[in-house]
Structure formats: structure tokens, C-alpha cells
Design a protein. Sequence first.
Length: 273
Amino acid sequence: MGLGRHLRGSGVLLVCGLLLGGCSGGDTDDRTTPRPAPSGASAGDDAPPVAAESPTEAADPARSPRTAEDARALVRSVIADEQTVGNGARRGTPYESDPATWAVLGEDCGWRRETLPADVLADLRRDFELPGGGDVPGLRLTAEVTVHRTALDAAWEQARMMEEAMACPRQIPRAGEELSDLTSGAYVRGEGYNAFSDDWLIENGRCDSNTSGGPYPYAWMQATFGPVVVSASYCGGSEETKEAAADIVREYFTQMLRGVKARIGRSAPGEGS
């Protein structure tokens, strides 16, 4: 889900489970865009290394938020809204999470919101709905941005996410909702088509709820850039439409990540600091 952070594990992120092709989309060569492993790739497959976008593609600690106020301002400046999501998206209910909390995965594999820990300066999640059409169910979409105190803290979040997926292949995001058959994978920069972030996680599975039915396709992605973690997901649609749903998510996910880079990335040669 891209929200939990309660386990500590290896700081090195390795591919685990199946890397499914549900997050793929288009034939673009834009290296600022997430490019997942080919459909059907598994943990034993070696993806070709890729170069970073530029030698300066890194977060600048001097430009990163140091106070909660600055972190909240950064989050609100980059997180997607319904215009960013586009495609007729509207605000979900609820639309925004309590910015003084974030979601934690419990030992019962259920999610609950708790007060921000000391290593997190800000967190905000937004929910959206995309109407369906005909026999195709609508989509539930999420966008979330978290600002940690340090890049190391953000890396620990990525590591914990991998452990959570292995420990809880079935999760309860909210009362009456369920994620199941979850498989996850992770790529550090330069591996597995990741040329756009420090670490990149993907997750695929099924989702259903008492109100919306299901099960439906589910996919989620999360990336770190310095101390900032960006994530997005969708639930809904059909097997036939999941590629299109993934394209929608990938588009606003990429816009959020680009916004983060513009604000805390190192300046290119010749530009001001």
C-alpha cells in the first residue's frame, strides 16, 4: 500500500516476489518516467542496468526541508489534486488524511493511522474517484507524499515496506476493504529500469470492499528522492483496463516526483545553487 512503516529490516532493497507488468504503459524513452520490468519478470531475472538522468540527479540536503512547516509546504506544493489526476477524477471521501498522522501496518495486517514519529516531518494522503463506464467499474486512486528528516530515514521506509509485503500478502486498508494476493518488488537506482529515483517499489494484487465489490486489479508504486517518499495507487477497473489505469497513476506519480526534484534536487552545471 505504500503507507506502512512499523518493521525494520535490511537497508538494501532486493527484488522479491513477482514483478508483474501491471504498472507498464507506453513506449516512451523518457527516463523521468517509471519503467517497470517486462511482464512476467521474476525475482531471478536480471534486468539491464540503466543510467541516471544526469550526474546531478540527486537530492541536495541544503535544499531539503528541515522543519515541519517547510515539509508541509513542500508536500502541498507537489501532491496531486483532481486536476493533476485528470480523466474526470473527483475528490474521494475522505479526500485528505489528517496531516498530523500517517498509516501504520499492525501485526494483524490491518492499517491504522498514528501520530507522526520523530523521523517524519510531514505526511499527506489524498484519495480520488474515477467514474467507470458501461460494465467497467470505476477506479479508486491515491496519492501520498511523506517527508522524512533524512534520506536514510526514507530508505528505512522502503525497506520496511518490502518486509510488510512479505509478512502480509493480505491486508486490511480500512474497515470493509481488503487487499489480497500481493506481490512486490524493489529496484535501487540503476537497476531494473529505475533511472528516476533513489529506490522504487511496486506492488500488485487484488482489492475488494463491501461497498464497491470486487475483487478488482490493484497496483501501487512508491519512490524515494532524498528524504521524500512519493506513492500512488489504483484499485478497480478490470483485467482489460488495468494497463490504462496504470498509465493514469504513472502520469500523476511522475508529476509529483518531478515536482520534488525541482524543489530539492541539485542544480545542473551552470545553474544557481
